[in-house]
Design a protein around this ligand. Structure first.
Ligand code: IPD
Ligand code: CA
Ligand code: CA
Length: 260
């Protein structure tokens, strides 16, 4: 199979997994707590993960997987590594809020190759192949260049790391006075995509896992955006958690959030 036909098959697997997520409305959820009452998993997270890994393994038998709901984490620097979040925004999903997504990233020997983030509730499919630009439902997207005072800023609350609560809300307070308004939407992958298509000026969160941002980072990079940590360092994909700031670098600089 060619790389392009593999990408087509991955897109089909993501779209059909989206139908599974939408079907949850009728079938009821089995909700399990992981590290705390905030950190949830459902049978749909596991089912979507299983489907995606099976579809990709059939095409690329040596592929390695780093997927949120799988305890065995593969080699993230492998020739073909897939970083998957079967449902990013599980809390939204559990509360039937929409705004959650399937996130699949394909890195080749540690380098971004292809990323897709699909919100089945909104019918929005963001994707990007390295060097080819970023797209929303097939239409090219770019980050915003409007000044911070006219921009919405998105943030995540690092909900599984309560020790980061003060830092998070201090940063929110410092940015709130400078921008049009702030939003906490509930899916890091979609937050970064909302930035990539110019809806928001930038997004930040005090800690994320690789599956939260791996695919969206490729989409953001291809839409002209930057992904750095809260110290301003470029983020190298790894299994380690990292803080993330995603956006147009001028708007990020204007916000003063780096090392605030
Ligand atoms: C979470 C969401 C949330 C963000 C958390 C993530 P999950 O992912 O992206 O918006 O604030 O940091 O862990 O647990 O729903 O896959
Ligand atoms: Ca996630
Ligand atoms: Ca998840």
């Amino acid at each position: 199979m060619t790389r392009n036909s593999i990408i087509d098959s991955i897109c089909s697997a993501i779209l059909s997994s989206g139908k599974i997520i939408l079907s949850a409305a009728e079938e009821g959820l089995k909700i399990t707590e992981k590290t705390s009452a905030r950190d949830l998993v459902t049978q749909y997270d596991r089912l979507v993960q299983e489907r995606l890994i099976a579809a990709i393994s059939e095409m690329l038998p040596d592929a390695q997987f780093v997927s949120e709901e799988s305890s065995a984490k593969g080699n993230i620097d492998a020739v073909d590594a897939f970083i998957i979040d079967p449902i990013d925004g599980t809390t939204n999903f559990v509360h039937r809020m929409g705004n959650c997504a399937i996130s699949v990233a394909w890195y080749k020997s540690g380098k971004p190759f292809y990323g897709a983030v699909y919100d089945p509730f909104a019918g929005e499919f963001f994707d990007a192949k390295a060097g080819d630009g970023a797209f929303l439902n097939g239409e090219p997207i770019r980050v915003s260049d409007v000044p911070l005072k006219n921009s919405i800023v998105l943030f995540g609350t690092a909900p599984y790391n309560p020790e980061l609560t003060d830092e998070t809300f201090d940063l929110v307070k410092s940015v709130f006075g400078k921008c049009q308004d702030v939003r906490r939407m509930g899916s890091a992958a979609l937050d970064i995509c909302h930035v990539a298509c110019g809806r928001a000026g930038f997004y930040f969160e005090a800690t994320l896992s690789p599956w939260d941002y791996a695919a969206a980072a490729i989409i953001l990079g291809e839409s002209g955006g930057n992904l750095v940590d809260l110290s301003g360092n470029e983020i190298k994909l790894s299994l380690e958690k990292t803080s993330v700031v995603a956006g147009n670098k001028n708007i990020i600089a204007e916000s003063g959030i780096i090392n605030a």
